[in-house]
Design a protein around this ligand. Structure first.
Ligand SMILES: [Fe+2]
Ligand SMILES: [Fe+2]
Length: 373
C-alpha cells in the first residue's frame, strides 16, 4: 500500500487499480477550483505540430556542414577528444551528441505523458484529474513534435539513456503522489525548461528554436502545477515526512547531476569516430573539473541550477541537505533570485504569438461555418 503524503484534499489519491472509487457519486461534486485557470488557459496556448501556421518542419538544415549548437556547448569537444577530430568531424560529433540529447528529451516527453496519464488513475479530485488529463494531451503533442523533428533531421531517435530511463520508470510506476509531483512536475519539468531555454538561446536551427518555444509555452504551466502542490503541502509536513521528501529529492538530484549525460550512455556515438567510450570518459573527466561544473551552475539556464532553485523555493531543502547543494551553487544568491525559472519569459512571449494565430484560425473557421450555413 502506498504511503500518501497529502494535506490538501485536491491531491487525495487511491491505488491505481481502484477504479470503483472513481464511480462513487459524491466524488463528482467535490471538485477543487485550484487548477481551473491552468485548465482554461490551455485553449489560449493551443498549437498543433502538424499545422504549418505554428511550425514548419520542412525548413532544411545541413547537418553535414553546420552544427545545431555552438561547438563550445559540447563537453566532449572541450577535451582531448577535439584533438582527434578534423573540423568536419567536430561538427558531425556535435550533431550526433545533439541527436542523443534531443532523443532523450523525446523519451522525457513520453515519460511526462505516461506519468500524467498515471495521475488520472490515482487522483480523486475531478479538477486535479482534468488538469492531469490536459497535461497528458499537451505532452502527447510534445512527443509528436520531437518525433517529427528527429525524423526530419536524422530519421530515427536514439535509444533512451540509462539514467533517465531509470528515473522515468521509477516515477511512472510509483503510486506515491509526492514522488510523481516532485519528481516529474518539479524536477524533470524544471530540467526540461532549463534545456529548452538553453536551446532557445543558442541553437542555429530556427525549426528547433520554434519547437522548444512552443513546448515551453506548455511546460511553464506544468511546472506551475508542481509549485502549487508544494505551496499547499510542504509547510504542513511533519518532521518525518519532510525528511522523506527532502532525502528523496536530494537523491534524485545527485543521480541526475552525476549521471545524466555520462559517456557510457553515448558509446554508440563515439564508436563512429573510432573512439573508445572509456577513453572519452577519462578525457572529459580530465578537462571538466568540479570548478568547471561550479562555473556552469552559475549560468541562469543551467538545468541543475533550475533544479536546486525549484527545490529551494518550494521549501523542500532545509539546513540538513543544504550543504549538499551549496557545494555547487551560492544558496543565498538563489534565494534572492525569486521564484521565476528560465523559460518563463519565452513562454509568455510565445503565448502572445499563439493567441494571435489561434484568433486568426477561429475567424477562418467561423467564416467557413457561416458560408456552409
Ligand atoms: Fe512536455
Ligand atoms: Fe510537461
Amino acid at each position: 500500500m502506498a504511503q500518501q503524503i497529502t494535506y490538501d484534499k485536491a491531491y487525495d489519491a487511491v491505488a491505481p487499480e481502484d477504479f470503483p472509487a472513481m464511480l462513487e457519486v459524491p466524488r463528482y461534486g467535490r471538485r477543487s477550483d485550484a487548477f481551473d485557470s491552468i485548465i482554461s488557459a490551455t485553449h489560449d496556448h493551443f498549437w498543433d505540430p502538424l499545422d504549418k501556421s505554428y511550425i514548419d518542419f520542412d525548413r532544411p538544415f545541413d547537418l553535414a556542414t553546420q552544427s545545431l549548437v555552438p561547438l563550445d556547448m559540447i563537453v566532449e569537444l572541450r577535451s582531448a577528444v577535439a584533438d582527434r577530430l578534423d573540423e568536419r568531424q567536430k561538427i558531425q560529433l556535435a550533431n550526433d551528441v545533439m541527436h542523443w540529447s534531443i532523443s532523450n528529451l523525446l523519451h522525457g516527453e513520453q515519460g511526462a505523458l505516461s506519468l500524467s496519464a498515471s495521475l488520472c488513475h490515482i487522483l480523486l479530485d475531478p479538477g486535479a484529474q482534468e488538469y492531469a488529463a490536459n497535461q497528458a494531451r499537451e505532452e502527447a503533442r510534445h512527443v509528436a513534435g520531437f518525433t517529427r523533428y528527429i525524423t526530419k533531421r536524422w530519421g530515427e531517435p536514439l535509444p533512451v539513456g540509462k539514467t533517465i530511463a531509470t528515473v522515468l520508470q521509477d516515477l511512472v510506476s510509483t503510486p506515491e503522489v509526492y514522488k510523481k509531483i516532485v519528481g516529474m512536475q518539479m524536477l524533470i519539468e524544471g530540467l526540461a525548461m532549463g534545456s529548452f531555454a538553453t536551446l532557445n538561446a543558442r541553437t542555429n536551427d530556427p525549426v528547433l528554436r520554434r519547437l522548444v518555444q512552443l513546448v515551453m509555452s506548455d511546460e511553464a504551466f506544468h511546472h506551475r502545477f508542481g509549485r502549487l502542490w508544494a505551496a499547499k503541502t510542504i509547510r504542513h509536513l511533519n518532521e518525518e515526512e519532510h525528511r522523506k521528501v527532502e532525502d528523496w529529492s536530494a537523491q534524485i538530484f545527485q543521480m541526475l547531476l552525476f549521471n545524466l549525460i555520462n559517456a557510457e550512455q553515448k558509446q554508440v556515438i563515439y564508436a563512429k569516430y573510432g573512439l573508445d567510450w572509456q577513453w572519452v570518459r577519462d578525457a572529459v573527466k580530465e578537462s571538466f573539473s568540479d570548478n568547471d561544473r561550479r562555473e556552469q551552475l552559475k549560468e541562469t539556464n543551467n538545468i541543475f541550477r533550475v533544479l536546486i532553485k525549484t527545490l529551494l523555493h518550494a521549501g523542500i531543502i532545509t539546513q540538513r541537505t543544504a550543504p549538499l547543494y551549496a557545494v555547487w551553487v551560492d544558496m543565498d544568491e538563489l534565494k534572492a533570485e525569486g521564484e521565476g525559472i528560465p523559460g518563463d519569459v519565452v513562454a509568455e512571449e510565445m503565448m502572445v504569438v499563439l493567441r494571435e494565430i489561434n484568433a486568426k484560425r477561429k475567424r477562418i473557421v467561423s467564416k467557413d461555418v457561416a458560408v456552409a450555413a
